[in-house]
Unconditional design. Sequence first.
Length: 227
Amino acid sequence: MPRRTQSRGPCAFCFTAMTRNGLAKHLVTCSARHKIIAHADQQPGKARLLFHLQVQDAWSGDFWLHLEADGAAQLLDLDTYLRAIWLECCGHLSQFSIGGWDGEAMPMKRKIADVFPPGVVVTHIYDFGTSSETLIKAVGTRTGRPLSKYPIFLMARNTPPEEVCMECQKRAVVVCLECVYEHEVSGFLCAPHAKDHPHDNYGDPMPLVNSPRVGMCGYDGPAEPPY
Ligand SMILES: [Zn+2]
Ligand SMILES: [Zn+2]
Ligand SMILES: [Zn+2]
Ligand SMILES: [Zn+2]
């Protein structure tokens, strides 16, 4: 949902909360991050080309991630990651392309390093019916040891949006899709008001999790990173 103020989230290294664009700049200079990188670079193993990827939902931009991806990893690794943290409901098709919906799909075996020259925005589409669109661009690279044994390391993500119950203004935990689609109200409900809520045309209200796919298809989380 569009929000009045920009969403914020903490840096994984120093825990300072910032906006998406603030973090893009901050991560370059974060001294806590540089300490951890310096430590990693003293470990055995080969230096690799690593990509700082800024990821955001195409609709509101309120949901975002800052990832560090191994340049040798494949788009498939990124797809797996996005499905786990944001998207997976019932195994829909997905694709990466340059140039949005009309762009040509890129093979999932393409390497991150071959896909993200500076300035290029890559579109990820999950589910061609009730589609979730994600925009990804590289905001920087470094050469060094990865901070994880996995292909992708989470450097920051937005904190979960705090929605309020439309009945009592307390913190909402679910959203009623019938309210959203048929009654043009927010549909956000606290637990007690969800219990008494009369609508069931779209099934039970959906849990509010930290994902741009809330309220779409059967998505009910958990919206957690895969590793
Ligand atoms: Zn930091
Ligand atoms: Zn689905
Ligand atoms: Zn309530
Ligand atoms: Zn409702």
